[in-house]
Ligand binder design. Structure first.
Ligand SMILES: *Cc1c(COP(=O)(O)O)cnc(C)c1O
Length: 427
């Protein structure tokens, strides 16, 4: 399977677009009984044609020798590689504008495996705030047990906050990695990746330049390409927009092969890879990714416009509404191709009013997560961000009146009608 992949990305002089390549890139039907679609390679292990083959595959997998020109790593065992995962990785790399990708059992598996590969006891990890709850727990509760010190800077603090935090971080030890989430969740605060690169290069003047890791789950892979903006590695929870149907958990890390190699080795040993069935489902999802993300983004704009005019809505944190004078506006225009479809809004009142609206919703489901075909609503202060201290929530603007919406691909007027009837309980 791996020797003769369908890897044509050109039609004569023409570069084929990602949405075209998603239908079959990396898959040769002639190697699978001419089946149009790739089968699920539900197998734990692969048969070697000869003992010599097995020896050579292992030499490569264990890094005992360099790859020969045009040599593909042979299939050995599904913790190391599997055709469904390899095809999926080839296709995800196209969207991320990356040399290669690695897929994992979850977004958190991608994040943790990447950090196990890149931080060591004594190191300092500089990161943006707020970050996804699971990542926050890993950075602030687990990594310190292994001697890694996290130092955060507020996403909304601009370059000054980054520089100040970098100085604090350097005083505590070598800064080996910078971890950024942009847009931040649920505030939609933006981190300027050009400035992050500047900070990393500045640290690199006197020490090793820290690796830049960006969590691109909120807008990726369509609406933001961090690797083109100075990041070394981009991580996506495939559970969200890429899977897109709220029926699987998976993650991805993309970048240059050289940066991915230690992570691949770590994945093989930790066993944090994705399974073939999920890999297959993700390839199916990738065929409609652009349609879904664009439809959801169009719906989100209409819903945000409706909310911004509603008498019971105090504020709408939709990226498309950033006023011209807001410092994030310029970053948004330079860095993001769309406002996406996940955003927060505050109702007039507090938790009681927010809960009343959430409990009244009929079409929009009350659940955490985002990026699915269906619309979801949640209450960050009481749910995803409940373990953050009260003053930290206040500083980040996660108020009791805040509701987070992940807008799906239903009829936009139905979603607006649902919000309208739910908000009417506050009249
Ligand atoms: C969901 C999410 C994750 C974690 O992904 P899982 O697939 O749930 O492990 C990481 N980062 C962000 C921004 C997320 O939304």
């Amino acid at each position: 399977m791996t020797e003769k992949k369908w890897r044509t990305r050109m039609l004569g002089e023409r570069h084929l677009s990602p949405e075209t390549l998603m239908m079959g890139y990396g898959y040769d039907p002639l190697l699978s009984e001419r089946s149009l679609k790739p089968p699920v390679f539900r197998t734990s292990t692969f048969v070697f044609r000869s003992a010599q083959d097995g020896k050579e595959f292992f030499e490569l997998a264990y890094g005992l020798r360099q790859k020969r020109p045009n040599e593909e790593p042979g299939l050995i065992y599904s913790r190391i590689n599997n055709p469904d995962l390899e095809m999926l990785e080839d296709r995800l790399a196209i969207w991320d504008a990356a040399e290669a990708s690695l897929v994992f059992a979850s977004g958190m598996a991608a994040i943790s495996t990447t950090l196990w590969a890149y931080v060591r006891p004594g190191d300092v990890l500089l990161h943006s705030d707020p970050i996804y709850g699971g990542t926050d727990f890993l950075l602030n509760k687990i990594l310190p047990q292994f001697g890694v010190t996290p130092v955060g800077f507020p996403a909304e603090g601009g370059f000054a906050a980054q520089v100040e935090a970098a100085q604090r971080a350097l005083a505590r030890g070598p800064v080996t990695a910078i971890y950024v989430e942009t847009p931040a969740n649920p505030t939609n605060g933006l981190v300027d990746l050009t400035e992050i690169r500047r900070t990393a290069e500045a640290i690199g003047q006197t020490a090793h330049r820290p690796i830049i890791i960006v969590d691109n789950t909120m807008l990726g892979p369509l609406f933001q390409t961090p690797l083109a903006l100075g990041a070394d590695l981009v991580i996506t929870s495939l559970t969200k927009y890429v899977g897109g149907h709220s029926d699987l958990i998976a993650g991805c890390c993309s970048g240059a092969r050289e940066w991915l190699e230690p992570i691949r080795g770590m994945r093989t040993i930790l066993g944090t890879m994705c399974d073939p069935e999920t890999g297959w489902l993700l390839m199916r999802s990738l065929e409609t990714l652009k349609l879904r993300m664009n439809a959801a983004a169009d719906n989100a704009r209409r819903v945000a416009e409706f909310l911004s005019r509603h008498r019971q809505v105090k504020s709408v944190w939709y990226l498309g509404f950033l006023p011209a004078e807001h410092p994030d506006r310029e970053v948004f225009e330079r860095q993001c191709k769309s406002a996406g479809s996940t955003f927060g809004f505050e109702v007039r009142g507090g938790e009681t009013e927010a809960f009343a609206v959430l409990d009244q919703l009929k079409v929009i489901k009350l659940a955490v997560s985002l990026g699915g075909t269906e619309s979801l609503a949640s209450h960050p202060a009481a749910m995803t961000h409940s373990d953050i201290s009260a003053e930290e929530k206040l500083r980040l603007g996660i108020s009791p009146a805040l509701i987070r919406l992940s807008v799906g691909i239903e009829d936009a007027d139905d979603l607006i009608a649902d919000l309208e009837q739910a908000l009417s309980v506050l009249d």
